[in-house]
Structure formats: structure tokens, C-alpha cells
Design a protein around this ligand. Sequence first.
Ligand code: ADP
Ligand code: MG
Length: 715
Amino acid sequence: MAVGLVKTPIESRDNPLQKPLQYLKGVGPKRAELLGRLGLFTPQGLLYFLPRDYQDRSQITPIKDVKFGSTATVKGTVLDVGLKPTRGRRTLLEVLVDDRTGTIAATWFNQPFLAEKFRKGQEVLLHGKIGSYKYLQIVNPEFEFLDEGRGDLTARGDPPKADSRPYTGIVPIYPLTEGIGQGYLRRLAMRALEECVPYLEEVIPPSLQRLRRLMPLQEAVKEVHFPASMEAMRRARKRLVYEELFLFQMAVALRRNRVRQEKGYAFSIGPNVDVHVRRLFPFRLTGAQERAIGDIRRDMESPRPMNRLLQGDVGSGKTVVALYAMLAAVANGFQTALMAPTEILAEQHYRTLGRYLARARVKVALFAGGSPRRKENLEALAKGEIDIAVGTHALISRDVHFKKLGLVVVDEQHKFGVLQRAGLRLKGQRPDVLVMTATPIPRSLSLTLFGDLDVSIIDEMPPGRPPVKTLWVSRKRLQEAYEFLRCRLREGRQVFVVYPLIEESVGARCNVPLLRSAKEGARLFQKYFPEFRVEPLHGRMTSAEKERIMRDFRERRIHILVSTVVIEVGIDVPNATIMVIEHAERFGLAQLHQLRGRIGRGAEQSNCLLLAEPGSPEAKKRLEVFTRTNDGFIIAEEDLKLRGPGELFGTRQHGLPDLKVADLVRDLPLLVQAREDAFRLVETDATLKRFPTLKGRLQGSSVGGLSRLGLASVG
Ligand code: ADP
Ligand code: MG
């Protein structure tokens, strides 16, 4: 037999790492079910189940030196065990322990069953908080026996296990669920380490392990559970975080590599086209816009399909950049599609394009749900008579046919439709894709979320726009605020008022400080400002109603627009220079930022007034950050810190990987390294011939939920 000579890949059903946890000693069906609640199903899962914290028991304090109120580990001999009834039918277990420097009483309330575990003369290790009630106590401590095999380790209420062993060094603290104690999990982790660690295979190429000074995998897994020192634990953790991020970035790099090999259109964008397009813009482009256009030109001229993210704060001028790309495609005889997340926005884009293209011979059509010319437009589109089709994401639906679609611009605003991008590619055409997003995405997120896209950032605002001033107004000074509004209104400016709800509901039912709705708010504002026209706008209106109100507002027939967050995305009315956000404490940072982006779009000074109750400390922090800065990137970073990426984007449908070990906020530097390494590796060997283990891992498992996104397949 050639055992030991030829290393055969371990089939997953035979792989001890992948067996159901139930086969591990000490796990029955019932426990297996409980462990499942922690997301633990296999020994591998257990090995990668990281402690949430550690307890350093390596320092043993002489009993004479323990300090009241501190947490300490002491070691000594059991002198006496006593069980006393106390008031209210409670029991108090007292175990006297002596270490020759002094005596301490370990005390447990209401756990009489622990009494039988202790015998005089036993060597015991105790870890807990030092108290004192008549005499020195260590309260409700974790404990383990040092001189024999019958200790319960640390679990309170866990049945004793014959084979448990003492851990006196740094001890892991795991996240728990009901019915699963620390001691039990520790024993289980220990067992999984003993039995399964030898089967763990390195997936990171040796050259990278050297480059990044990574701890070997098997060692890292051991050290992360039962570290020799806190320093070793940090190195172990770093290694596991790197591995997770590396696998994720490998999948991204491979996918990108595949896309790059696809054949797309090579547009020709010579000086002639360039001059013609620019002639349509009534202003000089900013440096940032120029750089983005430079990137886009290079992408479009290359035969590979473009896959670019255009990232820039609201009002930074992305639309113009996208228009440049669209017109360049049209000049090459192609059609383009511009897709927006909502109908209102699609209509607005349509109108904006119409303004820019008034003097151009470019045919633009709007594909909105209820548009009367839909059928004719569809036919014209299929015949190639329409150059630019504007609509919602429904534009990629099955009944829409383009004759020669060369470029798709997706205005994502702050909704990230990774899946929609995937859908585009299914249409049998290989158009260039430009995704615009108004949300300044923290770097760590854009590297994961849009990891396979190239990114251009517009980090400069068009000139002549004073930054918005933001004020948090207390209810006491409401009158002043209203007078300020009146002044601005008399000067001819317009006002947005935003409410979090459509109708009076929460406030009425619960005991929340009166929370007004947009409708109610509109009535109120009309009362305060009888000389101006106030109208509500909210999501429950029909598109026709919304459209009429937006038109009246744009044409200054409405002075105060009281709305729900429907105005959040992309509405452009430069004469509206004031925004009042009611119950601002109820909005997330990203949303507040989006809202504020509706003003400050002209040469006038704009003001944003936040009417907010102090609310929770977190809400307070949010509002403070928000009043302090207009910089979308800072706001996005803060938002990420405050809420975490999952909540920020609602993980699943937005395509964030479910990372188990890595934290996108904390581990950004490692993410950047892992990305560099993965991309370099794919550049040198996209087939991964030299890295069969890595290849197997990427093919087989769902690395960070990648398979869900269809990202994980290795070509
Ligand atoms: P975004 O799409 O990034 O929110 P837009 O493209 O809608 O920004 O631009 C916001 C406003 O700024 C528009 O009114 C637009 O006409 C104007 N604008 C864009 N670029 C410039 C520029 N370079 N100089 C002056 N105004 C500009
Ligand atoms: Mg825009």
C-alpha cells in the first residue's frame, strides 16, 4: 500500500473535519442540536469558532495579596466544604481554600449540587471576583481541580467529565447558547483540536506565508483557542483573518480575471468625439471628473468589457461623467441604457439628459411603468432607433430588446445590486458597465462589495458651492428656526421638510414623544406659513401625483415640500436651500447624508436644520458626527463603526460576504494585503495549477457566502 507516499485528497464524507459534530465524543444528538444554534455543525466549524474573549489565569495570586473588588486566580487546598441554608430558601455553598499565605472562602448561591464535587485535601484552582462579607471571599468562581481527573473545569451546572483537564494558562471565553456552558465548549474545543487539527490543510501558498509572516495554520488554530500568550493569540487571529480575507479576495480576483478575458466592445473615442461631447456641457469639468472620464475612456477603448464603479458624493457631478460615456458609445453607433433605482429618479435623469442634449441629435426615451408610448418605444429600441434608454432596473427585464447595446449605466445611489449586475451579463451581450453610487462607501466595503470592479472616485465638488451648514435645533428654539425659514422663503428660496413616517401611527399608539407624519406635518407647516404653498409628498401617492408635485416644486409653485424619505435619492432642485429634518434621531447616518445632499446644489448658502430629541447615546453620537462634517467618507466610516457592515447594507441581498473571523472595520489593513496578494497570484497563475489545495477550497466551499453570489466558481 502506498499510504503515506501519495497524498490523496480527503473526500468530504471521510474527512474528520467535515463529519457531523455528533460523531465527536461528548456530543449526543441533543447537544448537537444546541451546538447547531451556535452555527456549529462540524469539527471544522468548531475549530474556526473563535473565542469572543480570553481570561488570563496564568497569573496566580497568593491569597494574602488578593484585592477586594478585583478578579483573581488563586490556587490552594480545600480545607472544608459547607452548605448553609440562607434567607428565602436559598442555599449558600462555602468551600474554604488555603494556600499557606492565607484562606479564602469560595461561595456559590443556590448551587447545592456543586457541594459534592469538592473534597477536603483537593488541589483546586479558582477564578473569580474577590468579595468580602465578614471574611475574604471569591464569589461564584470558575474552578478546576489540579490533582485528579474529575474536575468540572469551569462549567457551572455541567455534569463532570472524566477526561477533562486543567487549563491554567489563558482560557478562551466563547459565545454561548442556552444549555451549552463554557466548560463544555472548552472541553469540546480541546477535543476537536486533538483529533482534527492534523487534518487541517494549508491553503495559503508558502511564499505568501513568508511574505506576511503568517503563523502556520495548525499552530494558529491551536493558539487561537488556548494561546500560550496574548501575543501568540493575536498572531494566530491575524493568520485566520488573513486566510478568510485572502480566500474571499481570491474568488473576487478569479471572477474579475474571467470577466477581463471576455470580449467586449472596443469603442473609439478620438478628439473629434471628445470635443463634440464636451461642447454639450455648460461648465468646465472638475479635475476629479476629468480623471474619472480618463479612466472610463481607457476602459471603453479597450476590447475588454468595462466594469467600473463611479463613486462620488451627492452633487459631485457623476451624471455628467456618465453622460460622457453614454455619448461616446452613441457616437460609436451603439445604444446605451441608464438605469435608476426608482421611477422618480429615472424621470429626473430623463429630464436632465434632455436639457444637456437639447442641441444634440441623440434620441432619448423614458421607459417608465405607466408611460403611454411604452409599446412604440420598445419597438423603436429593438430597431435601434433609440440611442439612450432611461428607466428603472426593469430595463434589463426580458421583454426589453436592444439592437446593439454597448453601455449600461447603473445609478445605484445607495442600493447595491450586485445581483442585478450579474443579471446584465446573462443577456447574451457584453456591454460595458458603469455603476454610479452616491454613497461614499468606506474603503473596506468597496473592496469587498465591489471587489471585482475598478473604481473611480470623484472627491471634488463643482466650484462655487458653499458647503451646507448643519444645525441641531432644540425644540425650545423652534420659533427662531421658523423665523429663519420665513426669511429665506421671502428671499425666494424653497424648503424641504422631511419626516420619518407617512401617517400618525407610532406616536399615537406608543408613548413616543409625538411623532408627526408627513401629512400631519404639511398641515402644520401650512398653518405656520399661510402665505406660502405647502404640499406633502410620500411613497403612497401614485406616480402621477408625485410627478405633479415634483414638477410644481421644481417650477417654484410649491415653496415648502413636506415629504418622507422618498426625496432621499437624487432629486435636484438647486433653489431649495433649506432642509428641515424632523425626528432626525430616527434616521441613520447614511440616510441623513443622502437627505442633506438634496441641498447645497447651487451658489447660495444652504442650511440643514435637525429637529431631534436627544434620544439614545448612539443617536446623539450620530447627530454630532453629522453636524460636524459634510464629508461623506468620514460619515460612512463612522456609520460603519456605529452600526457594522451587516446592518449598514442588510447583508444578504446586498452581497456582503458573511465573514466569520474578519471584521471589515478593524481588519482593513489585512484586507488590503490579502487583496494585493490574491490579485498578484491570479495574475501569475489564474489556473491555480500550482496550488491544488487552494483551488479545491475555492471550488468546494462557500467562501464567505461567495457561492451564493456565483462568485466562487473557479474557471
Ligand atoms: P451627482 O449625480 O453626482 O449627484 P450631478 O451630476 O447631478 O451630481 O451634478 C450636480 C449638479 O452639479 C448638477 O446641477 C450639475 O449640472 C452640476 N455640475 C456638475 N458638474 C459640474 C461642474 N464641473 N461645474 C459646475 N457644475 C457642475
Ligand atoms: Mg445625480
